[in-house]
Design a protein around this ligand. Structure first.
Ligand SMILES: [Zn+2]
Length: 228
């Protein structure tokens, strides 16, 4: 009996390991489904901290469903995360797949809301929108600000305004401007701008339509009282 138990203790872990490493070079491949959303998680990095990997998965299930509900109910129900040491940016999204650089998380293990920014790009699904990239990235960082689960721990916040900035600096600078617009001009500004981008209805005139001003004049007003 003891021999039999020992046999299973030895052989089962080995067979699971052998199976996982032979699958296209992945060390780990996992499929998790919760409440109608599926995350395919593929790890190609031997040194990637599993605790960080777990946080990436948990964050996906925490932020993605409410984001889909608020911004685009037709968003993908199945998303892939790939941890790839061959990728040297921070993270990038194309279609329904996000690629992460494990080295970034080794150096910044608390920057978990990279997930929140990236999965917003899946919700955005703008395709070849005529809208500018700085609006796309501004919205993704606004949504990180709105839905982020650990922004403070990740040392991430919206930066204070200064005179060197401009509305089209993108990312956090634009996100802060957007937060001010939401507070002072239209609570639904992000929903409306996001939808216009997805429907390929963005034109320069949309700014006047939604806020009463073009972005340059709106930015000037923002600088006079930038509180959010
Ligand atoms: Zn982005």
């Amino acid at each position: 009996m003891i021999k039999l138990i020992l046999f299973f203790l030895l052989i089962i872990p080995f067979s699971v390991y052998a199976q996982s490493t032979t699958e296209n070079g992945y060390l780990e491949k996992d499929s998790i489904t919760q409440k109608g959303f599926t995350l395919i998680y593929i790890n190609k990095s031997e040194s990637f901290d599993p605790a960080v990997g777990q946080k990436l998965k948990d964050t996906f299930f925490k932020v993605y469903p409410p984001m889909v509900k608020k911004y685009n109910k037709k968003s993908a129900r199945k998303v892939t995360f790939l941890i790839d040491p061959a990728y040297d940016g921070v993270a990038a999204t194309s279609s329904d797949r996000v690629i992460y650089n494990p080295d970034w998380f080794r150096r910044n293990p608390n920057d978990i809301d990279v997930v929140t920014h990236e999965v917003m790009h899946i919700v955005q699904a703008y395709g070849r929108t005529p809208g500018p990239w700085w609006v796309t990235e501004g919205i993704a960082d606004y949504v990180r600000y709105e839905f982020g689960v650990a922004n403070a721990e990740g040392n991430w916040s919206l930066p204070d305004v200064n005179e060197k900035q401009n509305y089209d600096n993108s990312y956090r600078v634009t996100a802060r401007f957007f937060a001010w617009i939401v507070k002072n001009k239209d609570k639904k500004f992000i929903e409306k701008m996001d939808k216009a981008m997805r429907d390929h209805q963005y034109t320069d005139e949309i700014w006047v339509k939604l806020t009463g001003k073009n972005p340059a004049d709106l930015w000037k007003e923002y600088l006079t009282n930038p509180e959010i």
